[in-house]
Design a protein around this ligand. Structure first.
Ligand code: RIB
Ligand code: CA
Length: 325
């Protein structure tokens, strides 16, 4: 894509190993106007530092970073040091950032960009607290944003619980606001992201480039493989967040279906934090098979990922990471 053709985006994230991949994949192909950090994989002071560490690693300190909400709207905060380490980005020997943090709060940056950038798209690959706050703070925000591309939820199973995926579970009330805002949504959930892993062969492929950034990511993904693998039993960490970015760069990589998605916000429910997707009109392979109306039809509010071409996704991601020095 040429500069004039590059869609303008902002990445709201909680770096986080897979968030780090998402940031540099987006920076390779898209016009990234800002990175906004939120609590999630690690406390906010770590996620905004890690966002800057990754941008410095990739030589993209031209992209500003803002800090957002340090806790969920209602529930208590939960972090994931068991997966991402105490720093939120354990593994590589990356220095603490020297680039400054924006003075503005991330919520104000999201709102300001929605006012100044036509057709802005928002990648939301952490808990949705910042995005929900922007929706509540400025009633026009949701209608100005062209699309929310969310890594979160699942058409099938969760990770933190059998029902709930971490980004949604970490702030279900925020997710409820976002899925009810009326903005077009692409939802990339665990049912597809767990099909794309940073396997040992892929980490070796990164190392074989001999390039500093790719080697640092191989070190990150070695740590992440242990962090996620202790729970999943899989040979590599899942490439969750960059897959949401891939949906804009090459829309043919991920297949979606328009479904109604509701978020369970009831504390005490076994499904607390679940994205309940109305997949009754899908066949066993999650392909649309017509409208199912028993019990009443629902209105789609999201394009939910149902399949992914893992090989083509990895090729896109590898090329991007290997393109950095
Ligand atoms: O459940 C996976 C999601 O939670 C990813 O965004 C990962 O970075 C964590 O935030
Ligand atoms: Ca994330």
């Amino acid at each position: 894509m040429t500069d004039t053709q590059r869609p303008a985006v902002v990445i709201d994230c909680d770096p986080g190993h897979d968030d780090a991949l998402a940031i540099l994949l987006a920076a390779r192909h898209l016009d990234v106007r800002a990175v906004t950090a939120v609590h999630g994989n690690a406390p906010l002071e770590r996620t905004h530092a890690n966002a800057r560490r990754v941008l410095e690693l990739g030589g993209r300190t031209d992209i500003p970073v803002a800090a957002g909400c340090d806790r969920p709207l209602v529930r208590e905060a939960h972090f994931a040091p068991d997966v991402h380490g105490k720093s939120g980005l354990d593994g590589p020997d990356l220095p603490e950032p020297t680039m400054p943090l924006m003075d503005a709060h991330a919520v104000d940056v999201l709102i300001e960009l929605s006012r100044s950038v036509p057709d802005l798209e928002v990648f939301a690959v952490g808990p949705l607290t910042n995005v929900a706050m922007a929706i509540r703070r400025d009633p026009g925000f949701a209608s100005r944003v062209k699309r929310f591309r969310i890594m979160g939820g699942s058409l099938t199973f969760g990770n933190v619980t059998p029902a709930a995926e971490f980004n949604i579970w970490a702030d279900p009330d925020a997710a409820h606001i976002v899925f009810g805002a009326g903005t077009p949504i692409t939802m990339v959930g665990l049912n597809v992201t767990m099909q794309s892993l940073a396997t040992p062969d892929r980490r070796d492929q990164l190392r074989a480039t001999g390039r500093r950034t790719a080697i640092a990511f191989a070190d990150m993904l070695d740590f992440y493989a242990i962090g996620e693998g202790q729970y999943s039993g899989l040979p590599g960490g899942a490439l969750h967040d960059p897959m949401a970015v891939a949906t804009l760069i090459d829309p043919t990589i991920v297949t979606t279906a328009p479904l109604n998605v509701q978020v369970e916000t009831a504390r005490g429910s076994v499904a607390y934090g679940m994205t309940l997707c109305d997949g009754r009109g899908l066949d066993a392979a999650f392909r649309p098979r017509g409208v199912y109306t028993q019990g009443g039809a629902t209105t789609p509010n999201a394009d939910v990922a149902t399949a992914v071409d893992d090989a083509r996704f990895w090729d896109l991601l590898f090329e991007a990471i290997a393109s950095y020095a």
